[in-house]
Design a protein around this ligand. Structure first.
Ligand code: ADP
Ligand code: MG
Length: 536
């Protein structure tokens, strides 16, 4: 932003928000929340909402949407000094309702904005009471809200501003009819704001019905929030998923990771496996009681749990800013879920890694997602046990170099030196440090050699079929399609992954030359033949 302060001068908290002309009380809360510069969606949405217009906004999760609608909407309450419910926010899940109402409370408290969350699984009597006792903002899930409206238990419900938060999510979860029904209870004269990470046709249709002459904001094409997430994929056999995730966790040592599974049962099973391996993991899915879910999420935020194994529904919209890794244990069902999932990491300007496991069978789907979201995927090889050890060694050495020397160790060292020489002592100390390292599982995980090449080759072919033109534009042979030009010397290196739309890690290993079957990596180069023999 142009009003970004120079790096040398620390920004006055909240300063970048001055331009909007928000009330004093809101500015105080913004500054206490530690916000300095409005995020892009905030910079665009706040003036739009203040103007009173309807709005349809597309932005990824973690981009600050709650404040983007909450601040200007709350600013308008103050201006009108109205009574009763002025703002209704509809969110897909209980977790999100709790999260959004917490954020709105935080931002609105000095302005005396009273916020109530209304969702299933908790006493509706209490929620109704709080609504009637002069709340200004209701944050609700569709099912419970519709119940209360149709049964007439919430009366005089005339919100001036209605927000659909994570609208695509609500439709995915089958709330389309509930939402339509809710709108029959809402005043015709209202401001309606629709926020969504993706804009499938169903959302556009809904928007056409409930919005009037909306302003449109689309921030998904700006690279800003995407480039912070590096997207890797690993090709594995179906039976290797758990071993692959475990190995990658051992190797990556994520600060905080979310592992996405397809079903509740899969979530439970994987979580059990990870816990058995000594990892601080918890599962999160729809069958887990609400309060247990909240305990798990709180522990994850605090860092008491490093890994959440979750279903899409349970984890979406989770506001945890420092997730370092997102694993797709299984491919998501569609590109929208993929976008949602990887939006859990790389938030608030941090870097993130998204790691997707695919079988040969699922590879085409991965290609379609890649094409649809115009992402650049990096093909990785699952590290062997020795690879992981090397990585840990390097980290240990780095940490050792940085380690400061504490008082008193010189004395201890002198005492040790009476028993043994310093070299032996160093070896023993290092052994103590690495004793707890346990990298288990098979040494090699994932497809290798011919099968892998054939899978990656398939991806390249579909690209030539129209996804993206490779530089040569030639259709490439399958490894089993051999032709006369196989007689050419194998010197010409196989085109690097980039050409196929993928980058590959392991730059230390040159790409395999494209000369047909029977090639293997002997540790130094690609050679023809079988087994570990030198070529020729
Ligand atoms: P979204 O709804 O787009 O997923 P949230 O509204 O949940 O995003 O915001 C994500 C996190 O970023 C929250 O913890 C929020 O407090 C924080 N945040 C929002 N706006 C700013 C800002 N301008 N500066 C710093 N942090 C912000
Ligand atoms: Mg949100």
């Amino acid at each position: 932003m142009s009003d970004q302060p120079p790096e040398s001068a620390p920004a006055t908290l909240g300063e970048g928000f001055n331009v909007f002309g928000l009330k004093q009380e809101l500015m105080r809360a913004i500054s206490e929340a530690g916000f300095t510069i409005p995020s892009p969606i905030q910079a665009l949405a706040i003036p739009a909402v203040l103007s009173g217009r309807d709005l349809i906004a597309q932005a990824q999760t973690g981009t600050g949407k709650t404040a983007a609608f909450g601040l200007p909407a709350m600013n308008r309450i103050l201006a009108g000094a109205g009574n009763g419910i002025e703002i209704l926010v509809i969110t897909p899940t209980r977790e999100l309702a709790a999260q959004v109402s917490e954020e709105l409370y935080k931002l609105g408290r000095y302005a005396n904005v009273r916020t109530v969350a209304v969702y299933g699984g908790q006493s509706s009597r209490r929620q109704v009471e709080m609504v009637e006792r002069g709340a200004n903002v209701v944050v609700a899930t569709p099912g419970r809200l519709l119940d209360l409206l149709t049964s007439g238990r919430i009366r005089k419900f005339q919100p001036r501003t209605v927000v659909l938060d994570e609208a695509d999510e609500m439709l995915d979860m089958g709330f389309a009819e509930d939402i339509e029904a809710i709108f029959t209870h809402l005043p015709a004269k209202r401001q309606t704001l629709l926020f969504s990470a993706t804009m499938p046709p169903a959302i556009r249709k809904l928007a056409a019905r409930i919005l009037t002459d909306p302003q449109t904001i689309d921030l998904t094409s700006t690279a800003e929030f995407k480039t912070d997430v590096e997207q890797f994929f690993y090709v594995i056999e179906e039976s290797e998923r758990a071993a692959a995730v475990s190995r990658l966790i051992d190797s990556e040592e994520p600060g905080k990771a979310i592992v996405f599974c397809r079903t509740k049962r899969e979530t439970e099973a994987l979580c059990t496996t990870l816990v058995a391996r000594g990892l601080a993991a918890r599962s999160l899915h729809g069958d887990i009681e609400q309060d247990q879910r909240q305990i798990a999420i709180a522990a994850f935020k605090k860092g008491a749990i490093d890994i959440l194994v979750a279903t899409d529904v349970a984890a979406r919209g989770l506001d945890v800013t420092d997730v370092t890794h997102v694993f797709n244990y299984h491919m998501p069902f569609d590109q929208e879920s993929y976008v949602h999932r990887i939006g859990r990491t790389g938030r608030a300007g941090r870097k993130g890694k998204a790691i997707t496991l695919v079988t040969a069978y699922e590879f085409g789907k991965l290609r379609r997602i890649q094409h649809a979201i115009k992402a650049s995927f990096i093909h990785g090889e699952i590290p062997s046990i020795a690879d992981v050890h090397r990585r840990h060694d390097a980290k240990l050495i780095k940490a050792l170099c940085k380690q400061t020397v504490h008082d008193g160790v010189v004395d201890i060292l002198a005492q040790i030196n009476e028993e043994m020489d310093i070299g032996e002592a160093a070896c023993k100390l290092l052994s103590m440090l690495i004793e707890r390292r346990a990298v288990s599982g098979p040494d090699r995980i994932g497809l290798s050699g011919k099968r892998l090449e054939s899978v990656l080759g398939r991806g390249r072919r579909s690209e030539n079929a129209g996804y993206r033109q490779s530089t040569s534009g030639e259709r490439r042979r399958r490894p089993d399609e051999r032709g006369r030009d196989d007689q050419r010397p194998p010197a010409a290196p196989r085109p690097q992954g980039d050409e196929a739309g993928f980058r590959r890690v392991r730059p230390d290993r040159p790409a395999r030359p494209e000369t047909g079957e029977g090639q293997f990596w002997d540790g130094k180069q690609w050679v023809r033949g079988r087994g570990k023999r030198a070529p020729g």
